[in-house]
Design a protein around this ligand. Structure first.
Ligand SMILES: NC(=O)c1ccc[n+]([C@@H]2O[C@H](COP(=O)([O-])OP(=O)(O)OC[C@H]3O[C@@H](n4cnc5c(N)ncnc54)[C@H](OP(=O)(O)O)[C@@H]3O)[C@@H](O)[C@H]2O)c1
Length: 248
């Protein structure tokens, strides 16, 4: 199996690439600014005996999307994980303070960019009669976050895209799902205190925040042959806690 994972140079994407590699898949990851970090992920997969490559893709620059998919070659699974974070959560900014340009940029990258990426890989999946697509979303889509909501709005659009695609491509053997991450512990530094993280963990069913590796296992399941006929589903990881963001 060959998997294309966007945003594989760090966090959940890197953990997912490593997990696919361990499971015996060949992996192509994309990076935007983190060529060195992407090379490190490729090296780790290769050292563990797997096959991996890295290509550049910038969701904000649509001209990079089809070439990145072409460079990757035919893929059996796509993990649409990369995100243009943009303006997420400055509580100090009111909804009416977000300029139209920020709305456009967020939707241009995170919605239209992912649609174009799917368009680049889907014809091949249809022809081969097999495909798995996993969108990585956020609890911010359904629950919202304090702050202006551009990020969550763009993520929610991916839920609609996934459900439409599930109908569109299911007859051709392509299954499409959404893995919804809650607050997930990665190496990225957060503007959130340990106290706040602990408080949010306390509002989850399992009383803990997921790690990038936890998400990776979910994504690998959804995006592999082990997923035999689950499609059009929005799967919420246990790190999602009802209204927990409002602890912040
Ligand atoms: N971590 C969480 O708590 C959490 C919670 C909910 C949802 N999520 C979702 O999980 C996914 C991964 O998050 P993460 O925490 O692992 O993030 P991360 O560590 O910041 O990684 C983001 C990835 O996206 C890439 N990227 C950034 N801007 C891009 C652009 N314009 N075009 C293409 N790629 C771009 C980055 O590439 P470079 O580094 O190479 O520039 C990086 O590989 C995202 O979809 C995010 O919304 C995360």
């Amino acid at each position: 199996m060959h998997v294309l994972i966007t945003g594989g140079s760090s966090g959940i994407g890197a953990a997912t690439a490593l997990a696919y590699g361990k499971a015996g898949a060949r992996v192509t990851i994309t990076y935007n600014t983190g060529a060195d970090r992407a090379a490190e992920v490729v090296k780790r997969i290769e050292e563990a005996g797997g096959g991996a490559a890295a290509v550049h893709l910038d969701l904000e620059d649509h001209s990079t999307i089809a070439p990145a998919a072409a460079q990757a070659g035919p893929v059996d699974a796509l993990v649409a994980n990369a995100v243009r974070w943009g303006t997420i959560m400055p509580n100090s900014v009111a909804f009416e303070g977000i300029p139209a340009a920020e709305w456009s940029a967020a939707l241009h990258a995170n919605v239209v960019g992912n649609a174009l990426l799917v368009q680049a890989v889907l014809p091949g999946m249809r022809r081969r009669g097999f495909g798995r697509i996993v969108f990585v979303s956020s609890g911010a889509a359904e629950e919202g976050l304090p702050g202006p909501g551009v990020y969550g709005t763009a993520k929610m659009a991916l839920h609609g895209m996934a459900r439409a695609l599930a109908w569109d491509a299911g007859k051709d053997g392509v299954l499409v799902n959404v893995a919804v991450a809650g607050l997930t512990v990665t190496e990225r530094e957060r503007p959130v205190s340990q106290e706040a993280l602990d408080a949010i963990a306390g509002h989850t069913p399992s009383r803990r925040l997921s790690t990038a590796d936890d998400l990776a296992e979910l994504i690998v399941f959804l995006g592999s042959e082990a997923n035999r006929n689950l499609t059009g589903e929005i799967i919420r990881d246990g790190s999602n806690a009802g209204r927990s963001a409002h602890v912040l």
